[in-house]
Write a protein that binds this ligand. Structure first.
Ligand code: P1T
Length: 377
């Protein structure tokens, strides 16, 4: 079956009680049991909820995974997946990830004895040399937030598996419509469903999808034990979002390419980060690994002063954190999403004070471009 058919039908069975075509929001904390140990498969809503189960089946199918788990946020999904490692284990973390992911390793997991090193996973020889005897997991984003560096997932998976490490890929920027990390050899894929999967900037959530039964058992156990579950209302919203994922991603991609081309030609823009541009150092890899380039574009304005003028000068684009919604959002990574990354590291990665990130929405491209043009002027 094609992607859109799966998006619309996987998990979306008519409601067994009423025949409702749209999966109902089962807003309940518990379920009546028929007798001691006799129930309909639902005991308590942290453990099971039919709306969440429908979404878990849906996104698992989109990622071509056997198992899927929905969480209260992208960070909750990532934290739960990281409970596959133990004190004394070592993790290789991509050197450019969402700032919150870095912060989780740096400020939280460190306290529990999880060792980690940052590595440029787009440089395969540096990546290979970074392994330690106790490396149990590799965690990468591709393309990265916000400088859009692309990692060769098949190569990273092969190198990691040969050294006994599992590979986790944060697929938030591409969504399963443009990239399916499990098909490329990764072990676990995570998402902030807050972004493209929900797509309408009205829900915070996260997801983990995988094929390994033993790891899935543990992740399900931790999901229930810790309880950072996605609510029924949010599960409904994301389930509604994924039905239009294909058409939205096509529109984000179309607009993303146009905005990137416009910025690349603009005299006030020093550099554009977008894997769809032929000038992107990993354009060929992105073309091979992804089936589109999406709507995330970052660009260098040269200084904080210039960035501020653009960020405060836009009228249609909204200044704000987050991405992946139908509306264009513009942000300043150095002080917003990546403020928890030390300044020196930010500079090395290209997250300068002049860097602006835009999540290109699905408005008419000429309106987005006209807005950026007047703000740059
Ligand atoms: O915000 P939350 O749903 O917890 O997701 C965290 C997260 C995980 N992975 C990636 C790639 C992300 O971009 C995010 C969140 N990012 C933003 C809020 C942002 O504006 O970049």
């Amino acid at each position: 079956m094609g992607f859109s058919t799966i998006a619309i039908h996987a998990g979306n069975e008519p409601d067994p009680a009423t025949g409702a075509v749209s999966v109902p929001i089962y807003q309940t904390s518990t379920y009546a049991q028929d007798g001691l140990g006799r129930h309909k498969g639902f005991e308590y809503a942290r453990t099971q909820n039919p709306t969440r189960t429908a979404l878990e089946k849906n996104i698992a199918a989109l990622e071509n995974a056997r198992f899927g788990f929905a969480f209260a946020s992208g960070m909750a999904a990532i934290d739960t997946v990281l409970k596959l490692v133990k004190a004394g284990d070592h993790v290789l973390l991509g050197d450019n990830t969402y700032g919150g992911t870095f912060r989780l390793f740096d400020r939280v997991l460190r306290n529990y004895g999880v060792e980690f090193d940052l590595v440029d996973s787009s440089d395969l020889s540096a990546f290979e040399n970074a392994f330690k005897p106790n490396t149990k997991m590799v965690f990468v984003e591709t393309p990265t937030n916000p400088v859009m560096t692309v990692t060769d997932l098949a190569a990273v998976a092969e190198l990691s598996h040969a050294r006994g490490a599992k590979v986790v890929c944060d697929n938030t920027f591409m969504s399963p419509y443009f990239q399916r990390p499990l098909d490329l050899g990764c072990d676990i894929v995570v998402h902030s469903t807050t972004k493209y999967l929900n797509g309408h900037s009205d829900s915070v959530g996260g997801f983990a999808a995988l094929n390994d039964e033993k790891d899935a058992e543990w992740i399900g156990f931790v999901q229930n034990s810790v309880g950072a579950i996605l609510s029924p209302m949010d599960s409904f919203l994301v389930l509604r979002g994924t039905k239009t994922l294909a058409v939205r991603m096509e529109a984000h991609d179309r607009n993303g390419r146009q905005v990137a081309n416009f910025l690349a030609e603009h005299p006030r823009v020093e550099k554009v980060y977008y894997p769809g541009l032929v000038s992107h150092p990993q354009h060929e890899l992105a073309k091979r690994q992804q089936s589109g380039f999406g709507g995330m574009v970052s660009f260098e304005t040269g200084s904080l002063e210039n960035a501020k003028k653009v960020l405060e000068g836009v009228k249609l684009c909204t200044l704000g954190e987050s991405l992946g919604g139908v509306e264009s959002l513009i942000s300043h990574p150095a002080t917003m999403t990546h403020a928890s990354v030390p300044e020196e590291r930010r500079r090395q990665l290209g997250i300068t004070d002049g860097l602006v990130r835009i999540s290109v929405g699905i408005e008419d491209a000429e309106d987005i471009i006209a807005d950026l043009d007047q703000a740059l002027a």
